[in-house]
Each structure stands twice: as structure tokens, then as C-alpha cells.
Design a protein around this ligand. Sequence first.
Ligand code: SF4
Length: 287
Amino acid sequence: MPEPTPESLQQKIEERLRYYEDLGIRLFYRDRRGSPISTGGSHPEISKEPVVRAAREIIVPKPIELPNAVVTRPLERIEPVISPSGPSLFEAVDKVADDTLPKIREDIGDCTRCKLHKGRHKIVFGDGSAKAQLVFVGEGPGADEDAQGLPFVGRAGKLLTQMIEAMGLQRKDVYICNVVKCRPPENRAPEPDEVATCSPYLLRQIDVIQPKVIVCLGAVAAKTLLQTNRGITQFRGQWLEWRGRKLMATYHPAYLLRNPNAKGEVWKDLQKVMTELGLQLPKKKSS
Ligand code: SF4
């Protein structure tokens, strides 16, 4: 009779399975070779037979062909098509000498510059390292973010955190912010005048941080920074040039919660980012 699996270990395994599932890895197989059951994994605790049984005897995620999917493409420019006349959204933004994140936050103050201030509880400025090599830009705060004053802390935020950790990073290693700093009512997309009013602060944030890579989460962030009205599917996962920096657009985690099948695509995009940042890619499992 195998020994019962300690509850703490069961919890760890369940968390690990949820983690894989959140990355879109749903296919598992049982290694029938030998006994006890082999996991093929590197985690010492999940190689024990009782533990494998506790995880319904399906513990080994089927390897996905990720490293091969990391294709280096030449940087492309997205032609601006949103502003046919007048200056682009960012051309009017003056460079602020000796700018800093606290200074930008101070300038925002208790902002009432656009109508989004009416329904907000807290301004969601941004969170993470001021020296981050990687900046994630989302659309705008949701209910949880509005309540806490922090970006990406709801369900979609938890998924983003898992993706960041899957890249071998922690939230404190990156910087996370949004195009608009106040929650749009009913979680609607921010309107053009709201984006135009608030996004110069985003530009200043990026200029201060000077990241190597910017990842736009979703169409609003991508269209705002790239000043394009092309659909995100036309350039998702491609390296683009933005003000001398590398930019990649991918799907928003909230979209992934509604469309889990797209998680694999996002993971491929993040693998490209990992390569660009010199992060170690997951080892390909030998057959
Ligand atoms: S969304 Fe931006 S511009 Fe509008 S009120 Fe909030 S901080 Fe001000």
C-alpha cells in the first residue's frame, strides 16, 4: 500500500497543474514505462509514485514545440493610419527634463483631465521596477485594480503574474501599467479622447524606464502606442519598432480567460521576448 500523500504536497501538485493549465497546456500523458511511474520532470517532489497517483496519475505535461517557434524576424514598422492629419498622439508631448516616475505621478495628481475620473476610486499609475527591461502595457484598470490602485491584480492579473513567472521573472522585475489610469465604466474600452488625454503619461513612464522590450497586452495598448487602426491579429507576435525600442503586441490576459485556446499563442510570443532578453527558454524534452 502506498503511503498517503501529505496534504501540503497535494496542494503543490494541484497548483502546478493549474499553472500548466493557465499556460494553455492541457494535454498530459502518463508515462507507462517502468515502475514506479516516471514523471520525466525535474521537480524532486513530483517524481514520487504516491504523489503521481494523487495527481490522477497524469503529471507529465506533453512538451510543446516552443523553442522552434521562436523565429527572429526583421523589425517592422506599422504605418500610422489613425491620425491622417495633425500631429501624432505623442508628438505633442514635451520631453520633461530629469523626469522620474514619482514626478509623473505627482503631475497626474488627483487628475480630472478626462471624464474617467468621475467613476474611479483609485488612480492606477503602474507597478514594478523603474529599471525594468520589460514593460507590459495594458488597456485600463478593472474593478479590482480600481479598488486597490494597482495594475493587473484581478483574475487577468493573476494570469499575467503566472505568465511572468513562467518567463523566469517576478512582477517586481518588470513594470506593468495601462494606457489610461482610471477605470472606464462597465469595463468598456477607453474612448479616443480619454486615451489622448491620459496616454502622454504612459509615454513619459516608458521614457523614464527605458525598457529594452515593450509588450502591449491587447488591441487598445497596441493601437495606442503604434497609432494604428490595424487589427492586432495582423501584427501580434511580430517584433515592431517603436521610438527606437522593440515592441511586441500580444493578446490581453482577459481575452485569454475567455479564449483559453489562445494561451499557446501568447506563450510563443513571450518566448520570443525571453530570447530577446536573454532569458533561458524551457528545455525541450528529449523523446
Ligand atoms: S484616465 Fe488619466 S487623464 Fe483621465 S482622469 Fe484618469 S489619470 Fe486623468
